[in-house]
Write a protein that binds this ligand. Structure first.
Ligand SMILES: [Zn+2]
Ligand SMILES: [Zn+2]
Length: 274
């Protein structure tokens, strides 16, 4: 049995018109299910339902940053949880203070029946919480399950953007979030089995990617090589490469000799202890 099973519900860049926005389900052997970013709109509900993962089954969400393609799904996921079970526990959200501040504003703007948002979370009119959020500090581990813990590290994208390292049964995987090439991602990925790294375009357009706060495929691979991970999965794919990700993989191969693949929507990757 794998120690960690990863299901990609959304793998598209912000302007990608062929794929759902970023959302990654991490299922750990101890039964802990984590949702890494929430995609936008109803994508998590639609994509998740297609593979038997209902929004009501997502209890803990780890957000990388406040861009709409990464956190815009939260109001819909939390609303669906309450619709299925009005007594459901609040959705737990973990991210940086900057991202949570923006999320509070999104909740106020989109949940018409919510009168208040405070430091503890967001509340329905009856006073019951439907979201609770926890601000995290980089490189401080938080416990999320019996043998599962996670921590953030800084990414180079927008203020407050982070990546996440998740460890379960002693096996760890890392998600870069949105980022330019960043030594802090390589450092956080030391000892990880798998690195999930964004790759916006081929190396030819690296300057364009960097200008928008993103990485080329070759830069993602350089991070994987520096960290010495066993496997690299690239995601956050833009429209020009949506149908054929091979040019991205070809560029990555020039920099990294481990296993490389590009995630598609509903791709499943398993990670086991050696
Ligand atoms: Zn993005
Ligand atoms: Zn972004």
């Amino acid at each position: 049995m794998p120690d960690i099973t990863i299901t990609f519900l959304g793998t598209g860049a912000g302007n990608c018109i062929q794929r759902a926005h970023t959302a990654i389900v991490v299922d750990c052997a101890d039964g802990t299910r984590l949702l890494l970013d929430s995609s936008s709109g109803n994508s998590v509900m639609r994509q998740g339902a297609a593979v038997g993962m209902l929004a009501s089954q997502f209890d803990q969400v780890l957000l990388t940053h406040h861009h709409g393609d990464h956190m815009g799904g939260i109001p819909f996921i939390s609303g669906q949880r309450r619709r299925v079970d009005s007594e459901s526990a609040p959705l737990q959200i973990f991210s940086t203070e900057q991202a949570l501040d923006r999320l509070g504003k999104v909740c106020l703007a989109t949940q018409l029946n919510v009168p208040s948002v405070d430091q503890e979370g967001a509340y329905f009119a009856d006073g019951s919480p439907y979201l609770r959020w926890t601000a995290v500090d980089n490189e401080k581990w938080i416990t999320l399950g019996p043998t599962t813990r996670a921590c953030t590290f800084s990414a180079d994208h927008i203020p407050g953007a982070v990546g996440w390292k998740i460890e379960s049964h002693g096996v760890s995987v890392v998600f870069s979030g949105d980022t330019r090439f960043s030594p802090s991602v390589a450092e956080a990925s030391q000892g990880a089995r798998l690195l999930i790294h964004e790759a916006f375009c081929t190396d030819k357009d690296q300057q364009l990617a960097n200008g928008r706060g993103h990485s080329s495929a070759g830069e993602a691979a350089r991070v994987a090589a520096q960290a010495g991970v066993d496997e690299l999965v690239i995601t956050h794919i833009d429209s020009p490469f949506s149908a054929d990700t091979q040019p991205l993989i070809n560029d990555a191969r020039l920099h990294y000799q481990g296993t490389i693949s590009a995630a598609n929507d509903l791709t499943v990757v398993t990670v086991a202890a050696p």
